[in-house]
Design a protein around this ligand. Structure first.
Ligand SMILES: C[S@@+](CC[C@H](N)C(=O)[O-])C[C@H]1O[C@@H](n2cnc3c(N)ncnc32)[C@H](O)[C@@H]1O
Length: 440
């Protein structure tokens, strides 16, 4: 075992910077192309690491991603025939993951697409199906009418798995045709001149995204079939993706021998607003077509998902949290205690985030088997113009629970869709990949 582990460590260390930086990686790869979810992991970066660790695990792998996002980790695991389980608090992440981990035949999607487009083209109604505060701010009347036709046509499909696929197409159409700028994840309306002069057709966009998505998912499924992981339309190992708050629990009784994840790097509001990104698409997708167990009222306003995410809420007294967390992480203590007054107030958000991250780790560890591996991709960020060393903090948190580092790597993140440089440090253009082994 020790010899094999040494070999794997060497192999991981020798992964080229080209592969790690994703330089040659195609942005139109299936895993990233169905819906442009924020901060997606680059599958080709994780793939060689997952492949090496699978060898130590005798190629019998059960993979967990407790912050699955666009589920790129899970689909990478599926290429290797692993059991996969993912969880996320964002309902749009869940829907996207359900689609990306489902089996679809190209014929059934082509047929459904033809039916849907036919319904859209024969639909003469001007009724707008959805209403929410400020709908007219975020969508022009024409776009609302077109989206409603698409909505009615998808709703007519009798199979929920098929509806889910086309709801994701609709989500991407909404991203491209609403009045929200695509250049930021935060909701930010385009200028009135821009809205007036823009020529967008939601129906035309739907048709082209649908064709692209059908091709991409079919190509990916063909690879799984060729690799022998799908037989008679069924993936041979277990797949489960669920809605859940990792800070509260991981909603499964299963155990795992590999965890591969990329957590948020700070509270959503000051880093990546996954919730705001999802707010408009989620207004148009019926919750019962996603999951009935979702128990946050995410349609109420654009902040709900972000405040419910890691570090989004002021749960307990900050003094208690500081005492607890400073004991676990010297780097956190050093960072926070350098500030006074308003700067100190800002730094408290970091403590709250790390407190939530720590609780999430406490929920993960009991699910991880003895001798399992954990691969964490994490970047640093700036608060008060100083670097929050998330990588060191994470190492210290895990060390406080008896989990040691196995090996580590560094990568440039030029290929990742992140918000502007605002709030991110120079070191944020680099990410650490920390690999831990749980030996107890
Ligand atoms: C960086 S993304 C994950 C990227 C992902 N590994 C991929 O391959 O695309 C982080 C995810 O964590 C989720 N998240 C934040 N707080 C959470 C919580 N308390 N419970 C579960 N998921 C959470 C966000 O919704 C977001 O989708």
């Amino acid at each position: 075992m020790a010899i094999l582990e040494r070999k794997i460590k060497r192999n991981i260390k020798s992964i080229s910077s080209e592969v790690l930086n994703g330089t040659n990686y195609s942005r139109s790869d299936f895993a990233r192309s169905l819906l442009n979810y924020p901060a997606m992991m680059v599958p080709s970066v994780q793939e060689p690491i997952i492949e090496e660790l699978a060898e130590v695990l005798n190629n019998e792998v059960s993979l967990l991603d407790p912050f699955m996002g666009a589920s790129n980790t899970l689909v990478t695991g599926m290429k290797y025939g692993m059991n996969v389980f993912g969880q996320d608090i964002n309902p749009l992440s869940l829907l996207l993951s359900q689609v990306k981990t489902s089996y679809y035949s190209k014929e059934e999607l082509d047929e459904a697409e033809a039916r849907i487009i036919n319904h859209i083209n024969t639909d003469q109604s001007y009724t707008v199906e959805i209403n929410f505060t400020n709908i007219d701010k975020w969508f022009t009347k024409n776009v609302q009418i077109d989206l409603s036709k698409i909505f009615r046509a998808i709703s007519k499909e009798s199979i929920i798995r098929i509806r889910k696929f086309f709801w994701i197409v609709l989500a991407e159409v909404i991203r491209l045709t609403s009045n929200d700028r695509t250049s930021t994840f935060k909701m930010h309306m385009r200028s009135l001149e821009d809205i007036k002069s823009r020529e967008v057709s939601a129906i035309k966009t739907f048709t082209s995204i649908s064709k692209k998505n059908i091709k991409n998912i079919s190509d990916y499924i063909t690879i799984l079939v060729q690799n022998g992981h799908i037989q008679n339309g069924k993936y041979l190992k277990e797949i489960e993706v669920v809605w859940g708050d990792t800070n509260k629990e991981i909603r499964t009784d299963k155990s795992f021998n590999l965890l591969v994840t990329s957590p948020p790097y700070g509270d959503n509001q000051t880093t990546v607003t996954y919730g705001q990104f999802s707010y408009l698409p989620l207004q148009w997708i019926p919750v019962h077509d996603i999951d009935n167990s979702i128990d946050i009222n995410y349609l109420e306003n654009a902040q709900i998902i972000d405040t419910k995410s890691l570090g989004g809420q002021a749960r307990s007294n900050i003094k208690d949290l500081e005492e607890l967390m400073f004991n676990k992480s010297r780097s956190l203590k050093k960072f926070v205690t350098q500030f006074k007054d308003t700067e100190r107030k800002k730094a408290e958000k970091v403590t709250r985030f790390i407190y939530d991250l720590n609780k999430s780790i406490d929920n993960m560890l009991p699910k991880m088997e003895k001798d399992s591996f954990m691969v964490w991709t994490i970047g640093n960020r700036n608060v008060n113009k100083q670097i929050v060393q998330n990588d060191l903090i994470l190492k210290e948190l895990l060390a406080s629970k008896g989990v040691k580092i196995f090996t580590n790597l560094e990568r440039e993140i030029l290929s990742k869709r992140m918000p502007g440089r605002n709030n991110f440090s120079d070191t944020m253009s680099k990410e650490k990949i920390l690999i831990f082994k749980k030996t107890e």
